[in-house]
Ligand binder design. Structure first.
Ligand SMILES: [Zn+2]
Length: 452
């Protein structure tokens, strides 16, 4: 980051000073409106899940004291303490064990276990930065936002899971496998599968909540967004608690941490922001706010979580594709709200100077992802669009001068508001190819289809 850029940790530091609520909270778990656009079957699944949330909001007690030691990696961590440890990704006596840092913040009060993970993909740097800032002196320690003496429960932070890949600036592990397709792993199988199994057994299976931080794969960028299976009750709850506008309802690909965790009834969501090989300060800051929001919503930290003015709950999308080949100039970047027929990019061909082709949006909606690599062929995806039909005026009130969505947490500490005051905007449809990223196809170095 250049020195003249604002330090995202400074802005996010304001999160320490939570504003008091404008009025007393009526209900801890307000009923959530579900718009009619979501397909009926999915609507029933989500409503059933939300019923479960209301029935059993917490299973831990809130009394002062009474927290026991937290046992992790054969260490006993005392209540009210913070330990910075090393975790070996491989269990070996000789050779490379790939030690990675892990911080354990064990609260003085009993509560849930939350695990925060960055860089399961080694070239996605937003997660490592956000988690490193959260572990730094501005955020962690006595009288800071994460203070073990007031924390209820336990936070385990692994800022950079795929350290071997990170050192080579690569998404995958050194055996060319994607860790996020190998869960729950196998201790007798290939290298990446052994890493997955060890993480699963020692870190994930003992977690109540898991937040997995990602960025778009090479060649594209994402606006900050949450991906969650909204029909999984506790995942639905923390997806909303993160406090940002865009939530994509999807299960996650086979072997992904999120999908496998949900299958074992562990709450898990994915945060996506920015792109690989970049350290977008806004995506970092929003991730930090989101995590603090989530911990406050779970009543692990004092203070009131901030909430967005509206949430887009999307079950499908529309793709903007190039009909020509050449080099693109993106006019409407990710985050833009575009009208039907609006020019989102132009294409020129250096082999045919003087000819320009416009790419137009087929529909009105919010661009949640756009290409950053300029080379396109006919059929290449250029943008990924949520076709917003309801709540348009609400959404337009949160656009900046360039027509881009101002995401909650990007413009300073967002306000607290009642859950009933949040407008839920459902976006109907399906994920082409079966999942949010499927249509991007191969990106950069690998043959992956998905960002997370
Ligand atoms: Zn990823």
């Amino acid at each position: 980051m250049p020195e003249d850029d604002p330090d995202p940790s400074e802005d996010a530091a304001k999160a320490r000073d939570a504003k008091p609520p404008p009025r007393a909270k009526k209900r801890r778990f307000a009923p959530i409106k579900i718009a009619n656009q979501i397909p009926m079957r999915r609507r029933r699944e989500i409503e059933k899940a939300l019923g479960e949330v209301g029935a059993s909001p917490t299973k831990w007690s809130r009394k002062v004291g009474g927290s026991k030691n937290h046992n992790f990696l054969r260490k006993r961590i005392k209540p009210g303490t913070i330990r910075h440890l090393e975790y070996d990704l491989l269990d070996v006596e000789i050779g490379e064990s790939w030690p990675v840092p892990v911080s354990v913040i064990h609260g003085s009060r009993p509560g849930p276990v939350v695990t925060l993970l960055g860089a399961i993909h080694g070239d996605e740097l937003v997660g490592p930065l956000a988690l490193t800032y959260l572990c730094g002196p501005n955020f962690m320690g006595d009288d800071r936002v994460i203070d073990a003496s007031v924390l209820a429960g336990t936070i385990r932070i692994m800022p950079i899971v795929n350290l071997p890949g990170y050192r080579m600036m690569m998404r995958d592990f050194p055996d060319d496998r994607d860790l996020n397709r190998c869960f729950p792993g196998n201790p007798d199988s290939n290298t990446t599968s052994r890493v997955a199994n060890r993480l699963w057994e020692q870190l994930i299976s003992s977690s109540d909540y898991v937040i997995d931080l990602h960025a778009a794969a090479k060649g594209r960028t994402n606006i900050p967004q949450i991906r969650a299976n909204l029909a999984h009750a506790s995942s639905n709850r923390i997806a909303r608690a993160f406090g940002i506008e865009t939530i994509l309802d999807s299960q996650g690909p086979r072997g992904s941490l999120r999908r496998v965790a949900n299958d074992k009834d562990i709450a898990c969501i994915t945060y996506e922001g920015g792109g690989a090989d970049e350290a977008d300060p806004e995506s970092v800051q929003i991730a930090m706010y989101g995590i603090i929001n989530l911990l406050r919503s779970l009543r692990m930290l004092p203070g009131y979580p901030s909430k967005p003015r509206f949430r887009i709950l999307a079950s499908g999308s529309v793709w903007i594709r190039s009909d020509q080949g050449g080099l693109i100039d993106v006019l409407a970047p990710a985050g833009s709200f575009v009208e039907e027929g609006e020019i989102v990019a132009t294409i020129t061909d250096p082999e045919l100077p003087g000819v320009q082709h416009d790419v137009m949006s087929p529909i009105q909606g919010l661009l949640i992802s756009s290409a950053t690599h300029p080379f396109v062929n006919s059929g290449s995806p250029i943008g990924h669009l949520l076709p917003v039909k309801r709540g348009v005026s609400t959404l337009k009130r949160r656009l900046d001068d360039e027509g881009c969505l101002i995401i909650s947490g990007s413009d300073g500490d967002p306000p607290w508001r009642e859950d009933e005051d949040i407008e839920d905007i459902a976006v109907f449809g399906e994920w082409s190819g079966g999942s949010p990223d499927a249509e991007w196809g191969p990106a950069g170095s690998g043959d992956e289809e998905e960002d997370y």
